[in-house]
Design a protein around this ligand. Structure first.
Ligand code: AMP
Ligand code: MG
Length: 326
């Protein structure tokens, strides 16, 4: 076990080192104007899976992709007049815009939890900006604390809480705001607040007027994964704990497990032949999408261990298997 390296963020070589660590698929904690983030290369699903292991999250939320500037954000998402007005007014700053994913987007399926939308933010912090510029791509970065603990506002908090799961912590002293970013859904003709945060409702209303729909049911909890109306669910019926394959089914398996009748499966996806749950998490949403196309009678899911990231994988699969209205 190696402790994380705590580097002085004012040292330019610390930024270069941290960008190289991100490129290598490892985790870097860096300050933003809100709290310390736990960053990973958003395009690398294996790296994103490490965030879930490090935080001990029991479920997969879509994560916010952080970018150096507006141009970089517009390569990931499609902006309309509302999201452009909000970006003009609040970026760089503690505002996250959820927009449709663009065809040039590089963020992985795990980072968006399989959604066709992507959450984007340009943070207002010199160290975050330097790191994002040096790295040159989207970096997902939820708060750098274990799931259920308070957000980290100093490098020491991060080190205590996350230990050696993070390779480098860029130390720039205590962060300023300490409140998370406001998340606004800009995927439609109108906008609504998905999570209240550092930018107030009044300020958003001032920027876009009546395009902001007052939806008081939207609290921080309502956008929990699986509660989003738009949350990705396969069209195909999903059958859990499958020990055999029914005609017309496609199969998700792990560790090379072969259910009875596998030879008649429409398609088979082994999430991790070696049984590595980080690899399995990284492949999960891609597997669901692929098999959704191949299956004519649904997707049979072989048992997945419940340990570690298995809990979040099984949580997602249970949601996919739950009865739906439509
Ligand atoms: P965190 O990164 O932990 O501060 O939380 C990210 C927040 O953004 C959560 O409330 C997510 O549900 C929300 N979010 C991220 N991506 C999306 C998306 N594509 N659609 C809706 N909400 C999102
Ligand atoms: Mg948090």
């Amino acid at each position: 076990m190696t402790a994380p390296e705590i580097l002085d963020a004012n040292d330019p070589s610390a930024i270069t080192d941290a960008a190289a660590i991100l490129k290598a698929g490892e985790l870097v904690s860096f300050p933003t104007e809100t709290v310390y983030g736990l960053g990973a290369d958003a395009a690398n699903a294996r790296a994103v899976a490490k965030i879930y292991s490090a935080k001990g999250r029991p479920s997969f939320n879509p994560l916010i992709a952080h970018l150096a500037d507006r141009d970089a954000a517009q390569r990931q998402g499609l902006f309309n007049t509302i999201s452009i007005a909000l970006a003009d007014r609040f970026w760089p700053g503690p505002l996250t815009l959820v927009v449709p994913r663009s065809s040039t987007a590089t963020v992985s399926d795990l980072a968006t939890a399989g959604l066709d939308s992507v959450a984007l933010r340009v943070p207002d912090n010199a160290v975050a900006h330097a790191l994002l510029s040096a790295f040159g791509g989207p970096v997902v970065a939820p708060s750098a604390n274990r799931s259920g603990y308070v957000s980290a506002t100093t490098a020491q908090h991060v080190a205590t809480d996350l230990g050696d799961t993070v390779s480098i912590i860029l130390d720039a002293g205590p962060t300023g705001i300490g409140i998370e970013s406001t998340v606004v859904d800009c995927t439609g003709e109108t906008a609504r607040i998905l999570r209240p945060g550092a930018v107030t409702r009044a300020a958003i209303r001032e920027a876009i007027g009546d395009a902001l729909i007052e939806d008081n049911s939207a609290t921080g909890d309502i956008v929990a994964p699986g509660m989003l109306a738009s949350h990705y669910a396969p069209n195909a019926r999903v059958r859990l704990n499958a020990a055999d394959v029914h005609p017309g089914e496609a199969v998700i398996t792990i560790s090379g497990f072969q259910p009875a009748g596998i030879e008649q499966a429409k398609a088979v996806f082994d999430l991790s032949p070696s049984g590595d749950l980080e690899e399995a998490a990284a492949n999960l949403f891609t597997a669901l999408r692929k098999l959704d196309e191949a299956a004519s009678e649904g997707i049979a899911i072989c048992p997945i261990p419940e340990a570690g990231l298995g809990e979040a994988i099984n949580d997602r699969l249970r949601r996919a298997a739950a009865p739906r209205d439509s």
